[in-house]
Design a protein around this ligand. Sequence first.
Ligand SMILES: Cc1cc2nc3c(=O)[nH]c(=O)nc-3n(C[C@H](O)[C@H](O)[C@H](O)COP(=O)(O)OP(=O)(O)OC[C@H]3O[C@@H](n4cnc5c(N)ncnc54)[C@H](O)[C@@H]3O)c2cc1C
Length: 335
Amino acid sequence: MTANSPTASSPAATPPAAEIALRPAEMHIYKPTDPATAIVSKSELCTVSKKAAGFVRHIEFDVSGTNLVGRAIPGQSIGVIPPGTDANGKPHKLRLYSLASPSGGETGDGTRLSTTVKRVIDEHWESHALFTGVCSNYLCNLKVGDTVKLAGPSGKRFVLPSTISDHDYIFFATGTGIAPFRGMLLDILRSGAASKVALIMGTPYSSDLLYHNDMLDLAAKHPNFTYLPTISRERNDGPKGPGTLGKLYVQDRLTANAEQLGAMLRSPRALIYICGIAGMELGIFQQLATTLSGSDRDQYLTATAEVMANTKGWERNQLHRDIHLSKRIFLEVYS
Ligand SMILES: Cc1cc2nc3c(=O)[nH]c(=O)nc-3n(C[C@H](O)[C@H](O)[C@H](O)COP(=O)(O)OP(=O)(O)OC[C@H]3O[C@@H](n4cnc5c(N)ncnc54)[C@H](O)[C@@H]3O)c2cc1C
């Protein structure tokens, strides 16, 4: 990758990358007003360490006997309707959770969907009293055998392309943003495609990594899959051994692993998927704009020369208005 020249001028018009045919995704098979009833078939912590600061659970739903069997794909979300009413006495609203399961579900027959849920636990911003999110804690408290109301699935733009083998994939995840990539990765690896896949998984501490041992196993078995756990508050393991790289955010991998990721990015096969905490995308776009140049950069994002000259000053509200993403970037972020 080469440094971005501030004088390079890219048109802020339609990006050059062509439309990418995506896997067809069925939507809204169940509406929130008439949800499916599923049964919790598994619930386990999926942080690598039980000492992690947060609580994140891998939860599986048995959807046998419903119309969801075999009809939800990775990249889609499922709606969960928590029981009870809110402070205004109205029924709780549905919350969305990304599917973590591959296309055939956890058992291959489409009957077991899964997701990855982080308990929202905090001090209330104003009162300082304990604040517990309604749906995440409801879900994480459920036991195997309990029933749960599901709607959806929803989302049809954050899915894999219809021909998996036509592309290579760079997945950027933070926290539970790894959920859709777990399913997508399993779909890609099981398809037998020679596609290269890099998963850049960001967490504050190494104890917070999710599905870490599964990812290490998959990377050991599949030479086309590179797993890059990326820790922002501890040193990261580098080519020269444990702890040889400084603290990194997900976008820093574009320079720390420039040789491998740069070669992938410069190829017309690469697609970038980003999922996790809202705001994570800006740093990735800034880093893409500074480490790529010319037509390599235009494959992903374009802006006027003036905007490109000021990547450090980019703000989120400039996305789509001043900074135009190509069809090769897929984004799903939430707060
Ligand atoms: C497309 C999509 C996919 C998603 N996928 C996942 C996923 O895979 N896994 C996952 O865990 N989540 C996911 N989410 C987020 C999920 O939908 C919920 O928003 C999240 O679980 C919180 O819901 P809750 O009911 O527990 O919290 P709520 O009861 O809804 O509380 C959260 C709300 O309370 C407010 N709040 C937060 N902290 C405080 C505080 N300290 N004091 C006062 N108010 C506060 C905020 O307004 C926040 O929106 C996804 C969201 C979207 C849109």
